[in-house]
Design a protein around this ligand. Structure first.
Ligand code: UD1
Ligand code: MG
Length: 457
């Protein structure tokens, strides 16, 4: 049977006080709406109909999912009016699940249970008991049976004492939904078409109304303000941190830890405070990440140590750090940095699109771009590859056991044979032969009898 999913995302989000549409604000590195779309895709929605309005073009350009279609709602005359716009895009039979673009953390299992409760012939509401229910639609029951949802502004004072509220999520037999939507009116305190009025219609039509609950409040919290966004971000990060710690990862402080993507860890991994992991990051067994590191799209093999303040950004190409390598403090690894086992990259060293073979070392103040570096190479402080001629990038090839002295400029394309030594201060513009000392710098002179100038009186 068809499962269609409607996501409401037309609202303005006035309380965000932002030019950006509310559903495009980021939580854990993805927009609120993209979180919901990912859940919708995981549920296997045959049609995912997203209702947009404020910032429609921007929203449409920013998100993606399989089977996604957009429907515009302008002006916004209420949640019922929103779903009316989506109705023509839905199948005639099957179930429609209604989600909210600003309720990002709804879990797949909760949504599945809601759809299962609908069973194709009942109206299923996701409800929750809240100590402070103000602002929410109240679930009005007659004994056990749900009779209606009454919006806060329309509720009597007795109804306002009800703590069971509608979360904004429901699953409805599509054929009934289409019928009921046609009967909505805006005769209420806000002059809006309320989707929630379909509950009383179901009761009148003898369609059973059932309610299920999420397993945590976090799942159904909406984002309306920067404060709520930050609160949800911390709840999300805490859950990720807890899951990692349960798997044995040792976090110095779960409150100072952020994952914006996928982080997988081997055993005995230790992560100090204030680290941010973005995209896909893999940490092998016994990897140690020092404080204040930002790591994006990287694979770090067993026993590597990432010292504090290191920035690793693999972007699209990725970064690989070999087993037992020592990186940082204050190192920068950029896309295409591929380091083999036991490589040392020290402070203020930048590596981009370069491979470093086993045991190679660049310990201080250096740049390696578009380079192939052999085993056990020692790359001196202050040395750089001049890989860019202003138009094109060129490669530098450094053989095994080469020693590059301090403050060298390797003007690419250039290669250095195995075992060669390049004297400090060399600007190397031609290939250097294996096993020899090559040095290119002005000859040192001493001027005898020279006198340092003194200040005129
Ligand atoms: C709605 C429910 C209320 C529930 C609460 C849960 C209705 C009438 N009320 O109230 O029972 O307790 O959510 O948070 O449904 N939207 C549109 N187009 C519109 C109006 C809204 O797309 O014309 C979208 C909003 O962007 C938002 C969602 O629908 O994502 C809910 O709208 P909102 O105005 O927040 O409804 P509430 O008044 O909070
Ligand atoms: Mg709301």
């Amino acid at each position: 049977m068809a499962l269609d999913i409607v996501i409401m995302a037309a609202g303005k989000g006035t309380r965000m006080k932002s030019a950006r549409p509310k559903v495009l604000h980021q939580l854990a590195g993805r927009s609120l709406l993209q979180h919901v779309l990912q859940t919708a895709a995981a549920l296997g929605g045959q049609r995912i109909v997203t209702i947009i309005g404020h910032g429609a073009d921007e929203v449409q350009a920013a998100v993606s999912a399989p089977n996604l279609v957009f429907v515009r709602q302008m002006p916004q005359l209420g949640t019922g009016h929103a779903v009316q716009q989506a109705a023509p895009a839905l199948h005639d039979e099957g179930t429609t699940l209604i989600l909210n673009g600003d309720v990002p953390l709804i879990e797949e299992t909760t949504a599945r249970a809601l759809v299962a409760a609908c069973g194709g012939d009942k109206l299923a509401l996701l409800t929750i008991e809240l100590p402070d229910a103000s602002g929410y639609g109240r679930i009005v029951r007659d004994g056990e049976a749900v009779r209606a949802i009454v919006e806060h502004k329309d509720a009597t004072s007795a109804q306002r004492n009800i703590h069971e509220v509608y979360t904004g999520l429901m699953a409805v037999p599509t054929r009934h939904l289409k019928r009921w939507l046609g009967r909505l009116t805006n005769d209420n305190a806000q002059g809006e078409y309320y989707l929630t009025d379909i509950v009383a219609m179901a009761v009148a039509d003898g369609v059973p109304v059932v309610a299920t609950q999420p397993h945590s409040e976090t799942e159904v919290l909406g984002v309306n303000s920067p404060l709520q966004l930050a609160d949800l971000e911390r709840r999300y990060q805490r859950a990720r941190a807890d899951a990692l710690m349960e798997a044995g990862v040792r976090l110095a402080d779960p409150a100072r830890f952020d994952v914006r993507g996928e982080l997988s860890c081997g055993s005995d991994v230790e992560i100090d405070v204030n680290c941010v992991f973005e995209g896909r990051v893999e940490l092998g067994d016994r990897v140690h990440v020092g404080a204040n590191c930002v790591i994006r799209n990287a694979r770090i093999a067993a026993d590597a140590v990432i010292h504090p303040f290191t920035h690793i950004d693999g972007e699209a190409l990725g970064v690989t750090v070999g087993a037992g390598s020592l990186i940082g403090p204050f190192a920068r690894l950029r896309p295409g940095a591929v380091l083999a086992e036991g490589v040392h990259i020290g402070n203020f060293v930048e590596v981009k699109n370069s491979t470093l073979a086993k045991g190679a070392k660049a310990n201080h103040l250096a740049y390696l771009g578009d380079a192939t570096v052999g085993e056990r190479v020692n790359y001196g402080a202050g040395s750089i590859t001049a890989n860019y001629d202003g138009a094109n990038k060129h490669r530098t090839v450094i053989g095994n056991d080469v020693h590059v002295g301090s403050n060298c400029v390797l003007v690419a394309p250039v290669s250095i044979g195995a075992g060669a030594t390049i004297g400090g201060g060399t600007t190397l513009a031609k290939d250097a032969p294996a096993g020899q000392l090559t040095v290119a710098r002005a000859k040192q002179v001493t001027l005898t009898g020279w006198v340092r100038p003194t200040k005129k009186k």
